[in-house]
Design a protein around this ligand. Structure first.
Ligand code: AMP
Ligand code: GLY
Length: 434
C-alpha cells in the first residue's frame, strides 16, 4: 500500500510512525515532512498549502490513500480536488471542514441539532458585540469566527478585556477576514477533554479522550499556544461519560451534517468542557489534534490504516470494532523554540541525549515537529520543535519519563513545561497510585 501524508509536524510524525507500525511494508510519501519523518518515509519538499503542487505529486505517485494532517489544506478544499482527481483521501470536504473553519457555522449547527455547547451570539459590528458583552456579563469568551491559528480566542475576565478583544478583532481587523465576524460566548467551567472520532459520514469510532496543556508555562500560566503537551487516557472519561459523548455530541452532529448535505468524513475532533451539567462542546476541529495525536497513537493497539482507507474510499465503518488500547498511560512534552508562541527564533542545532539520538525505544518516542536537517544535524525549524512521548504503566511514570527525556534534549533557548499531565497525576496520587 502506498500512502501520501500531508503535513510536517509532530502529529504527522506520529501518524507516519503508526502507519508503518501497522504495516512495515507500507510505501510512505510525506509532503513536506521533517527531519524525524525522513527516517520513516520519503519526504517531498511541497508545502501543505500548495494544493496544485500536491495534486501533481499525487498524479505522479498514484497513492492508494492520502491523509491530510493540518486544517489549512482542508479549509482550501484539498479533499474536493483529490476526489475529483480520483484519489481516495482521508479528510472532510471544504463544506464539511466549516465545522472548524467557521465557529458561527459550528455554533448554529449545534444549536439546531441540540448538541450541548455554550450559549453564544454572532456579531459583525462593534456596537452589537459590546451590547452582547454587557448583557452576558463576565467572565465570557470572545472568538473570531474564522481560522486564526489558535489565537482568535480571548477569555475575558473583565469588561475592559472583552471590549479590547472586540475592538481588536472587529475595528482593527487583527485577524483579517477570520475576525470580521465574532462570537460572544458564555464561559464554561470545568476540565477540558479532546475526543477524536473517525467518521464515515454517518457514524464515528471514538478514541480515548486526551487532555491538552495549552498554556506556555508550568501551572497553566502564560499565553495560549498550539499545545505544550498532552496526556491520555483521562480517568474522568468513564464509560458513562463516553456513552454521553457519543450519544449527545457525535451522533447528533454527524446526523445534522449529513442532513445539510455535507456528511463529515475523516477525523472529527471534539474539544469538550466537562461541566457540572455534562460534556459540552468548546469547539470542533476537522483533523487530528496536535499534540493529542502524539499521546494517543502510541497507546493504540488496533490498526488505523484499514479504517482510514475505508473512510477515504467512501465505505461504511459500521462493521469496524471499537478500538483496542494498550494498558497504561501516555504523556507527551513539547519542546518549543525561544520566543514561541509569538516570535519563535529558529535555526538552532538540536542535541539529543547520546544514547538515543533522535530514535525511539519501547517507552520513549521522539516525534519531530518543527525540525529540518542541515549538514547532517537536526535544527529547529518551527515554533514547536519536538514532542517527547513516554508510555508507561502509570501516568506518574509516563509523566516523569517524558519530562526526563525532554530535559535531556538541548538547544539554545529551549522552552518546555515540567508539569504536563499534572491533572491526571494529581488524581492518580489521590487514588493512591505511585
Ligand atoms: P478554542 O480555540 O475555541 O478551542 O478556544 C481555545 C481555548 O479557550 C479552549 O481550549 C478553552 O481553554 C478556552 N475556551 C474557549 N471557549 C470557552 C468557553 N466557552 N468557556 C471556557 N473556556 C473556553
Ligand atoms: N491541540 C489543539 C489542536 O490540535 O487544535
Amino acid at each position: 500500500m502506498k500512502v501520501l501524508l500531508i503535513g510536517g509536524g509532530g502529529r504527522e510524525h506520529a501518524l507516519a510512525w503508526k502507519l508503518r507500525q501497522d504495516n512495515p511494508q507500507i510505501e510512505l510519501v510525506v509532503a513536506p515532512g521533517n527531519a524525524g519523518i525522513a527516517a520513516l518515509a520519503r519526504c517531498v519538499p511541497i508545502k501543505a498549502g500548495d494544493l496544485d503542487g500536491l495534486l501533481s505529486l499525487a498524479r505522479g505517485e498514484r497513492p492508494d490513500l492520502t491523509i491530510v494532517g493540518p486544517e489549512g489544506p482542508l479549509a482550501a478544499g484539498i479533499v474536493d480536488h483529490f476526489r475529483a482527481g480520483g484519489f481516495a483521501v482521508f479528510g472532510p470536504t471544504m463544506a464539511a471542514a466549516q465545522i472548524e473553519t467557521s465557529k458561527r457555522f459550528a455554533k448554529e449547527l449545534m444549536m439546531r441539532a441540540g448538541v450541548p455547547t455554550a450559549f453564544a451570539s454572532v456579531h459583525t459590528t462593534v456596537t452589537s458585540a459590546k451590547r452582547a458583552v454587557a448583557a452576558l456579563g463576565t467572565p465570557l469568551v470572545v472568538k473570531a469566527s474564522g481560522l486564526a491559528a489558535g489565537k482568535g480566542v480571548v477569555v475575558a475576565e473583565t469588561m475592559t478585556q472583552a471590549e479590547w478583544a472586540i475592538d481588536t478583532m472587529l475595528r482593527d481587523g487583527a485577524f483579517g477576514a477570520a475576525g470580521s465576524e465574532v462570537l460572544v460566548e458564555e464561559f464554561m467551567y470545568g476540565e477540558e477533554l479532546s475526543v477524536f472520532g473517525i467518521c464515515d459520514g454517518e457514524r464515528a469510532v471514538l478514541m480515548h479522550g486526551a487532555q491538552d496543556y495549552k498554556r506556555l508555562s508550568d501551572g497553566d500560566r502564560g499565553p495560549n499556544t498550539g499545545g505544550m503537551g498532552a496526556c491520555a487516557p483521562i480517568s474522568l472519561d468513564t464509560p458513562g461519560m463516553r456513552a454521553s459523548i457519543e450519544r449527545r455530541i457525535f451522533e447528533p452532529t454527524l446526523a445534522a451534517m449529513k442532513e445539510q448535505g455535507m456528511p463529515f468524513t475523516g477525523l472529527l475532533y471534539a474539544g469538550l468542557m466537562l461541566t457540572a451539567d455534562g460534556p459540552k462542546v468548546v469547539e470542533f476541529n476537522c483533523r487530528f489534534g496536535d499534540p493529542e495525536t502524539q499521546v494517543l497513537l502510541p497507546l493504540l493497539e488496533s490498526p488505523l490504516n484499514d479504517v482510514m482507507l475505508a473512510v477515504a474510499r467512501g465505505e461504511s465503518i459500521a462493521q469496524v470494532s471499537p478500538f483496542v488500547w494498550k494498558s497504561g498511560a501516555s504523556v507527551t512534552t513539547v519542546l518549543a523554540a525561544p520566543g514561541y508562541p509569538s516570535h519563535p527564533r529558529l535555526g538552532e542545532v538540536i542535541e539529543f541525549p547520546a544514547e538515543e539520538v533522535g530514535g525511539t525505544d519501547d517507552q520513549v518516542y521522539v516525534f519531530h515537529a518543527g525540525t529540518k536537517e542541515v549538514d547532517g544535524k537536526a535544527v529547529t525549524a518551527g515554533g514547536r520543535v519536538l514532542s517527547i512521548t513516554a508510555v508507561a504503566r502509570t501516568v506518574v511514570a509516563a509523566a516523569a519519563a517524558s519530562r526526563g527525556y525532554a530535559e535531556r534534549v538541548q538547544f539554545s533557548g529551549k522552552q518546555m513545561r515540567h508539569d504536563i499531565g499534572w491533572r491526571e497525576v494529581q488524581r492518580a496520587r489521590g487514588a493512591g497510585a505511585s
